[in-house]
Write a protein that binds this ligand. Structure first.
Ligand code: HEC
Length: 145
């Protein structure tokens, strides 16, 4: 059991889609990519931070504004490895952008919690296809009220 948790934590910390590849490389070549995140990875980190802040404010009963421009850069942003994006990436991004827009149509906290949780679902949906490492971390963004 502990081992499973440790493996999950490692996967989250190295954020790692690339961890899959690194198994094939010799250990001496492997470098954590935390210092220089790809353009896409830095967008993801900001979106994750933003969602965490929104979760806190919703849990405090406050609506929050969602006006990130980064969501429009996702389609063209460079990933760490080219295989991290593929033909299904654009449709997932579009679904994500549509869910994001719903955040601002919410006029009360309950409606924004729904919109927020739907957005988190669309994060997870894309991650199931392209980058499973961060999923446990993303699932912590759900607001359970
Ligand atoms: C359209 C697909 C897609 C959507 C939607 C998406 N992601 Fe990602 N995410 C990726 C890919 C691909 C990577 C790997 C990027 C890389 O390493 O260059 C990634 C990486 C990440 C990472 C790891 C970043 C790092 O430090 O290396 C986190 C955390 C993350 N996403 C969180 C989220 C959250 C939170 C959402 C929703 C608000 C989200 N993602 C929506 C595809 C997506």
């Amino acid at each position: 059991m502990n081992k499973i948790i440790a493996v999950a934590l490692i996967a989250v910390f190295i954020c790692s889609c690339s961890a899959v590849d690194s198994k094939e490389q010799s250990k001496s070549n492997w470098k954590p990519e935390m210092d220089q995140p790809s353009e896409l990875a830095s967008i993801m980190r900001s979106l994750n931070d933003e969602a965490l802040i929104r979760k806190k404010s919703l849990e405090n009963g406050e609506l929050s504004q969602a006006n990130s421009k980064l969501i429009f850069k996702m389609i063209t942003a460079e990933p760490t490895e080219p295989h991290m994006v593929g033909p299904a990436f654009a449709p997932h991004t579009e679904a994500f952008i549509a869910s994001y827009g719903q955040l601002n149509t919410a006029t009360d906290v309950a409606a924004q919690i729904d919109a927020h949780n739907n957005l988190v679902k669309s994060c997870v949906a894309c991650h199931m296809n392209f980058c499973q490492g961060p999923i446990p971390r993303i699932e912590k963004l759900y607001v359970n009220i």
